[in-house]
Structures are given as C-alpha cells and as structure tokens.
Design a protein. Structure first.
Ligand code: UD1
Ligand code: CA
Length: 453
C-alpha cells in the first residue's frame, strides 16, 4: 500500500513567545519542520502534506523548495480536524502516516517500525513515561488497545496509566476518512480529537497495534524555548556520538555543534566549541582547535586549524596551517602546505603550494604563486569603490611588510617588494621594487605639552 504523510504544523505555539511560527524555529540550524519533512522523505512516501495555519507564509518560506503540498487549516479545531483537511488529496487505497511538525527528532528507523506491521489496521507510536502528565493515555484491556483518553478527559485510574500516545500514527485512508468525518468535539477541550479514531477502529474489529519509541527523546515535542534547547542538545549528543563511532575524537561531545552535514576521514580531532555548518568534509588527520566555525568547506588531509578561525566556502589541500584567528571567506583555495596566520582574511583567492600569509593581512581577488611569502600587514586594495580588481603574484615572490597592492596589479615571479610600499604598477620578476618616501629627522623638535591650567 502506498503511503501518504500528513504533518501537523498549524498550532500557534503560544509558549514560544515569538512572532515566528513554532515549526519555523531552528533546530541544528534548520527549521524544526524541515527535519520532520526530511525524515518523512526517507520512507519514500507518495506525498507529504503539511497542514499549516498560524503564520502560514513564514512556515512556507522556511521550507521553500521542499517536496510537500500545503494544506491550510484556518482555525485550529483539533488534531482530528487538522488531519481531515489533508484527506481530500489522499486516495482511499493509501495509508496515512500522521507526524507532528513540533516533534522533530523522530527517526526514520522508528517510523519504518511504525508502518511495518498491520497494514489494514491502525498503528500507534507510544512511549512509556514516568511522568505522563499532559499526554493522552493508552487504555488497554485483555484484548489489547481499546482507546486513547486525553489528560483532561481522564479518570483518576486512567491518569495512572504510564503508556502514552506520542500522537504519531498510521491508518488506512478509507476508514480514516469515515471516522474523521463523523468526529464529535464533545470533550473537555471542545476539540475534534484524532485520538477518537482508535475506539472506532476497535469497534469495527480492526486491529490496533502499539509500537513503542526507541527512546523518549525522539518523540519529545517542543512547546517552549526550554524544550527546544533540550531537543537541540539531544540532537547534538546523537550527532557527536555518531561521529565518535565513526572514529572522530571530540575533546568534549557536549561542546560540539553540527548544523548541516560533516563527513570525516580517519583520526580527526575536534577541540571544544566548534560549529560546523552546511556541508563540511574533513580528510584524514585533520585537527581543529577550539572555537572554530567551519561552513561549507573541504579540508584536506593533515590540515591543522588553530583556535578561533572562521572558514567559509573554502577548499584546502593537504597539510595547510590556518590561524589562530584567521578568516577564510568564500572562494579561498589553498594548495598543499599553504599557511594563513593570525588576523589574516582571504577571499576569492588562490594560494599556491607552500605560500604563506602569516600575519594581519587582507588578500582578496588574488592569485598567489607557490612558495611566495606575504609579509605582515599586506593589503590587496581590490576595490576602487565601484569594481573589484585582481592581484596576481608570481611564484617565489617576497612581499615586504606593510605593503599595499593596488589592483589591478601583477607582481612577477621571484620579485621582491620593499616593506611599506604602495604598488600600483606591475612589478617585474626577479627585481626589487619599492616605493618609499625619504626618511628625515628634525633635530631640536619638541613634543607638544599639556596646558597647565
Ligand atoms: C496530542 C494528542 C495526545 C498526545 C499528544 C502528544 C490529540 C487529541 N491528543 O495532544 O494524545 O499525547 O499530542 O504530544 O490528538 N495541531 C494542528 N491543528 C490543530 C491542533 C493541533 O495542526 O487544530 C498540531 C499542533 O501544531 C501540534 C500537534 O498537532 O503539532 C499536536 O497538537 P497539540 O495541541 O500539541 O496536541 P496535544 O493536546 O498535546
Ligand atoms: Ca502538545
């Protein structure tokens, strides 16, 4: 049977105390809802329907480009009403898997276990909690699951039940449509409860199976920012554990943040407080010092990134040395063994093999040849206020400290530039080029003194 997924995401999320709809809040750098959609996609369903309500435009904007169809629920009249909004678009011979946009950590493996058995009946994902307060309770008798009772409608005996409804379930579309069409809202909250379908299914002699979640974290919902932070840590803990199992050394798995995907070679070491964003690839034996931010980067074997460096949109061949306090911006490409030291910024720049920019420089829109050394405080003046221009420096050049290279400009192979020069014309290969105002000394000159009164 084909599977259609319905993700409930219309809730207001009042307790977030935010103008942003709850499901658009970020978990691991992406909207909460995006995680649920991505997990759902792994089941290869026929369609994914997202039921939205509050802040609809912002929810849709947060998921731009996702392969989902949008269903509006103008008024939030309950979970049963919400699912019913999506049913007109779902054929009778599908099964309907209901997920919540604010339960972002559920795994594809758990969902696969939920949809696996009992294709003609209803399967509920349940969790047994020491403190079941607030959840719907699974009421059983010796024949099995009979119904779900909500916290607010439960008797004292039912409140003692610890087996809880996570809200996630799968049911065949045809009877579901009938059940939802005839729900009543005669209950403590005046809502159309999705959970009322269980009693109907049992009444029609269908089998209702409870599948229990692997752990409580994965079915935890998010209602406020405290819970969101808890989910974030749970996500990061799992990401850290996965990396360690893959052979990465983490100085402290509790101080690690992944907001995207990270692939690693053997024997990488990540110090505390690093943040990885977008798609990052590390080769073998890469060491990353404390408090680095690495985004959309490809870092070759044996590279060493010292503390507090920011690497964004850069490609590093093997054995490069970066930082501390370096900033590699998009389009930075470093050949083998290149070095970028403290307080150096690079952008749209290629550094040849073994080239060095060790201190306090800005190198933008440049090509730097192999083995060239760029002295402290060198600036490529790449921007004339309207356009960007390129600087080309040949292999084996030596740029003295405190030099400004006014682009467009070319420095020949093996050229030497004297310290403190402002170079606006091409400098020939293998020669010393310098611009320097004559030095003078004024004898008998006195420093200004502070007035006495
Ligand atoms: C629901 C379940 C309860 C379960 C609990 C797990 C019902 C009646 N109760 O209760 O058994 O233990 O989840 O967290 O289903 N939503 C809409 N439209 C609506 C109402 C809700 O889209 O009209 C969405 C919410 O945004 C949320 C989800 O459905 O993502 C659950 O709604 P919520 O109000 O949190 O349900 P609970 O009362 O917690
Ligand atoms: Ca809830």
């Amino acid at each position: 049977m084909k599977l259609s997924v319905v993700i409930l995401a219309a809730g207001r999320g009042t307790r977030m105390r935010s103008d942003l709809p709850k499901v658009a809040h970020r978990l691991a750098g992406r909207p909460m809802l995006a995680h649920v959609v991505e997990t759902a996609e792994r089941l290869k369903p026929a369609a994914i329907h997202v039921v939205y309500g509050h802040g609809g435009e912002r929810v849709r904007a947060a998921l731009r480009g996702a392969p989902v169809s949008w269903v509006e629920q103008a008024r939030q009249l309950g979970t049963g009403h919400a699912v019913n909004q999506a049913l007109p678009a779902i054929p009778d011979d599908h099964r309907v898997l209901v997920l919540y946009g604010d339960v972002p950590l559920v795994s594809a493996e758990t969902l696969a276990r939920l949809v696996e058995p009992n294709p003609q009946g209803v399967n509920l994902l349940t969790v047994t909690l020491d403190d079941p307060h607030g959840y719907g309770r699974i009421v059983r008798d010796d024949r099995g699951v009979q119904r779900i009772v909500e916290q607010k409608d439960a008797s004292p005996r039912e409140l003692a039940i610890k087996e809880c409804n996570t809200g996630l379930l799968v049911a065949p579309a045809e009877p579901l449509r009938r059940w939802l069409g005839s729900l009543s809202n005669d209950n403590a909250q005046g809502e159309y409860y999705l959970t009322d379908i269980i009693e109907r299914a049992v009444g029609e002699g269908l089998c209702v199976e409870a599948v229990s979640a692997a752990d409580a974290d994965e079915v935890q919902g998010c209602n406020d920012r405290v819970q969101l932070a808890r989910l974030e840590r749970a996500y990061q803990r799992r990401a850290a554990q996965r990396l360690m199992r893959e052979g990465v050394a983490l100085a402290d798995p509790a101080r690690f943040d992944l907001r995207g995907t990270l692939s690693t070679g053997r024997d990488c070491y990540l110090d505390v407080g690093c943040v990885f964003e977008g798609t990052v690839r590390l080769g073998h034996n890469v060491e990353i010092g404390p408090h680095c931010v690495i985004r959309n980067a490809d870092i070759g074997d044996g590279c060493r990134i010292e503390s507090h460096s920011v690497i964004d949109g850069a490609r590093l061949a093997a054995e490069c040395r970066i930082g501390p306090y370096a900033r590699l911006r998009p389009g930075s490409e470093l050949a083998r063994g290149a070095k970028v030291g403290n307080f150096v910024e690079t952008k749209q720049t290629r550094l040849g093999e073994g080239a060095k920019v060790n201190h306090l420089s800005y190198i933008g829109d440049a090509e730097v040849g192999a083995g060239t050394n760029i002295g402290a405080g060198t600036i490529t003046c790449n921007y004339d206020g309207a356009n960007k221009h390129r600087t080309e420096i040949g292999a084996g050049a030596f740029i003295g400290s405190g030099t400004q290279l006014v682009a467009p400009v070319r420095i020949g192979e093996g050229a030497t530039i004297g310290a403190g020069s402002t170079i606006g014309k091409n400098a020939p290969a293998d020669a010393l080029t310098l611009t320097r105002a004559p030095q003078k000394s004024l004898r008998g000159w006195r420093r200004p003194r502070k007035n006495e009164d």
